[in-house]
Design a protein around this ligand. Structure first.
Ligand SMILES: Cc1cc2nc3c(=O)[nH]c(=O)nc-3n(C[C@H](O)[C@H](O)[C@H](O)COP(=O)(O)OP(=O)(O)OC[C@H]3O[C@@H](n4cnc5c(N)ncnc54)[C@H](O)[C@@H]3O)c2cc1C
Length: 379
């Protein structure tokens, strides 16, 4: 049986996120975007009301909720501002390697203190020369007695400049390529860890995206998550689990663009009547709504597969790819509905268009998602 209805608890959570977005995010969205400012005060409030670390088990300070609930929240937050919304929800991504591979002791040491406050974690895989091709990363973690020595530079890391904990992927055996990658928990205050360039991004500017540098960082063996060589597997599972809420965030951005375009089309008059009376505009709005509805259902479906613990790689890739593509299409069409004003910073649709673009690039570019889908088909 397929049931698309939400429970009372899920609707209440959605309502909480919607009210939070309206009260705490929407009023500061334009300013934080303009200044590319880290939304520290919003994070403090989000933590207070329980919108951070939702998928972490309760004994470690989370809410033990599922990916579907994460989708509901991230759509609402990103409808107000995806830069801030993703900053709030991004711990879900960065802590997934811990949920997948950490021992109870590692959860106590690394995750519990993090979740006790409005603290951030960051997932560090990408390097200057290695994006889609993660097998090309040059970071190394070399075992020396009872410690690893970690060296490398990670780039384009969300929350990278403000995180208290990093999950870092490095090679423990260069000869093994992808099978030689391992995952490590690295506290920010460990000697040798520093923050490099803050990226001046096109969109999603409120989330801090930075370079993170590791120079001969000494880590106890107990910092390794899982076994040596399991890093690539942990990384792929992490991405697959989290694509659903990224898709839902893209839906939030698209939904906001549709709302803005619908309102403007009813207000703006040309040729003596509202532009909403022209079928060309009506059909644009209708196409936007059709795409948003489809993308949301794909995100929810992928999330429900994650929550049921069944195979979700294909549906996650489809949801992420489709939702980010339609977010780009819908926001571009919203700018078109606004005409020349849409191209100015006076109206919010240009921001939505800039914000939408990021979804097509991170968590694996959409070319890589299409590759993954084709591989599932051709197996
Ligand atoms: C806003 C933002 C936030 C990010 N946050 C993080 C983060 O928190 N942690 C992290 O580790 N990384 C993060 N990234 C990095 C992101 O994961 C990479 O940008 C992404 O994986 C693409 O890598 P690249 O930028 O090096 O592009 P490249 O891999 O160089 O790709 C360039 C182009 O070539 C295409 N291409 C590459 N290989 C193939 C192929 N085999 N077939 C077809 N086309 C191909 C790509 O699709 C793309 O169009 C973030 C990026 C952005 C923009």
């Amino acid at each position: 049986m397929i049931d698309f209805s939400l429970t009372d608890e899920q609707r209440a959570l959605q309502q909480l996120a919607s009210e939070f977005a309206e009260k705490e995010i929407a009023p500061v969205a334009a300013e934080y975007d303009r200044e590319s400012r880290h939304p520290v005060h919003v994070l403090e409030k989000a933590h207070q009301v329980g919108l951070m670390n939702m998928v972490v088990p309760e004994e470690y300070g989370g809410a033990a909720l599922g990916m579907l609930e994460t989708c509901l929240v991230s759509e609402e937050l990103s409808a107000a501002c995806s830069g801030i919304g993703i900053a709030v929800v991004a711990n879900t991504l960065a802590l997934t390697p811990f949920l997948l591979a950490a021992t109870p002791e590692q959860m106590e040491i690394f995750v519990k203190p993090l979740c006790a406050g409005p603290n951030l974690a960051a997932l560090c895989m990408t390097e200057p020369q290695a994006g889609s091709d993660v097998g090309a990363i040059r970071s190394t973690a070399t075992l020396s007695g009872d410690r690893y020595v970690l060296s490398g530079t990670k780039t384009l890391i969300d929350n990278g400049g403000v995180a208290r904990l990093y999950c870092v992927f490095a090679s423990t055996d260069r000869a093994q390529g992808l099978r030689g990658l391992s995952a490590f928990a690295v506290p920010r205050d460990q000697p040798g860890v520093s923050v490099g360039k803050h990226e001046d991004k096109m969109g999603q500017r409120a989330i801090n995206t930075s370079e993170v540098i590791f120079e001969e960082v000494e880590l106890p063996v107990e910092s390794r998550l899982g076994e040596e060589g399991q890093g690539f597997d942990i990384f792929m599972k992490t991405l697959n689990r989290n694509k659903a809420w990224i898709a839902a965030s893209a839906v939030g951005v698209a939904r906001a663009a549709l709302a803005e375009a619908t309102r403007y089309a009813q207000e703006r008059e040309q040729f003596g009547r509202p532009i909403a009376s022209f079928q060309a505009i009506q059909f644009k709005l209708a196409d936007m709504a059709i795409k948003i509805e489809g993308a949301r259902l794909l995100a929810w479906h992928a999330a429900s597969l994650v929550d049921r613990g069944v195979h979700h790689a294909l549906q996650s890739a489809i949801a992420k790819c489709f939702a980010s593509d339609i977010a780009m299409e819908v926001t571009t069409e919203a700018v078109q509905v606004f005409g020349g004003y849409g191209y100015t910073r006076e109206y919010p649709v240009e921001k939505l268009m800039r914000d939408a673009k990021a979804f097509q690039i991170y968590m694996g570019t959409n070319e890589i998602q299409r590759y993954l889908v084709s591989q599932e088909l051709l197996r």
